[in-house]
Design a protein around this ligand. Structure first.
Ligand code: NDP
Length: 320
């Protein structure tokens, strides 16, 4: 007999939801991405358990992109199957996002930011996901070559066509974000959200003033790789690795070991503290996982979100 998923009735008591910029949309403080561990090389049953675990914890937002796999596109196709199998009665409770902007297919129309690429890619994504619309469609990276007027015009038309409810930008710096918002405004549209890479060990967006700019523009934010792809978890703390660490990873690990000691004093794991640190700046943290237990552990971050001034001073001294 098929395994029928019945979501936890208490799921909405477990997760705070935060307004995304000045929009009407609230995001869960923790969101789940499918960049890794949802391609055809990963166990489909484990994928299902991760999505179920997330939803049971009140994680209502799943983030995809056209190129996620491997192979590219397969993570979207797998997510589509899971949505059909487990979440078809819950579509209105979910935020599904996808993106285009990195390599999608060969030739001049399968990359960067042309209207041709974005429109065609989203059509493929919707087929893959088995959805009529996504909640958020992102331009995945800023393009120096393509006119921002065209890229943002395409996003505005995508919303008008009903294929996305909101649009966002990813990997845009503050200047590019200002330009994107100005272009969308010409179409009486607003950029919902910006998705930068941001972690305790990668603070470039913070140092560049991205979060202040987004606040001024009323744009929300969701940080990707908030656990620095596992460096800010127990994964490397054991000292056992599948392959030798790079020089940069070795330097990061030294800091992670010290951060872990601070996390212990807060009664948290390193990953939990890393997420709390991010949430001082962003609307939602976008985690990845390979096992359901990781998601459960990470959601434990919500029990102790606040930092003492002295704690922050010690942390900032360490991470620079
Ligand atoms: P993280 O920094 O959260 O790293 C996730 C990895 O950390 C997991 O795959 C797992 O590694 C490890 N991990 C997580 N929790 C734990 C835990 N509690 N204990 C031990 N290990 C843990 O994020 P990702 O880099 O995976 O990115 C998250 C999402 O962000 C993506 O899925 C995607 O949606 C988005 N993203 C967006 C990009 C963009 O350009 N817009 C680029 C990159 C990501 P392991 O698998 O080895 O177990």
């Amino acid at each position: 007999m098929a395994d029928i998923y019945i979501p936890d009735r208490d799921r909405y008591t477990k997760m705070p939801y935060q307004r995304c910029g000045r929009s009407g949309l609230k995001l869960p403080l923790i969101s789940l991405g499918i960049w890794h561990n949802f391609g055809d090389n990963s166990d489909f049953g484990v994928q299902a358990q991760m999505l179920r675990t997330a939803f049971d914890l009140g994680i209502t937002h799943f983030d995809a992109a056209n190129n996620y796999g491997p192979p590219p596109w397969s993570a979207e196709i797998n997510l589509g199957k899971h949505l059909k199998n487990d979440f078809s009665a819950h579509r209105d409770e979910l935020l599904i996002s996808t993106k285009a902007g990195y390599f999608g297919w060969e030739g001049p129309y399968g990359d960067w930011g042309s209207r041709k690429y974005l429109m065609a890619s989203l059509d493929r994504s919707l087929k893959n996901l088995g959805l009529d619309y996504v909640d958020i469609f992102y331009h995945h990276r800023a393009s120096d070559d393509d006119p921002i007027e065209e890229t943002m015009g395409a996003l505005a038309d995508i919303v008008r066509q009903g294929k996305a409810l909101y649009v966002g930008i990813s990997n845009y710096n503050p200047v590019q974000a200002v330009k994107a918002e100005a272009e969308l405004n010409k179409h009486h549209m607003h950029c919902l959200i910006c998705q930068p890479r941001y972690s305790m060990l990668y603070r470039n967006p913070e140092k560049a003033g991205l979060f202040e700019t987004l606040d001024e523009l009323g744009i929300g934010s969701i940080s990707y790789s908030p656990l620095e792809r596992g460096m800010l978890t127990s994964k490397y703390l054991s000292g056992k690795f599948d392959k030798p660490l790079t020089d940069q990873q070795q330097a990061q690990l030294k800091i992670a070991v010290q951060l872990n000691e601070i996390a212990k004093t807060r009664g948290q794991s390193l990953s939990q503290m890393a997420l709390c640190y991010n949430l001082r700046k962003v609307t939602s943290v976008l985690i990845g996982a390979s096992r359901p237990e990781q998601i459960t552990e990470n959601a434990g971050a919500l029990k102790n979100l606040a930092f003492e001034e002295e704690e922050l001073a010690v942390i900032e001294n360490l991470i620079g």
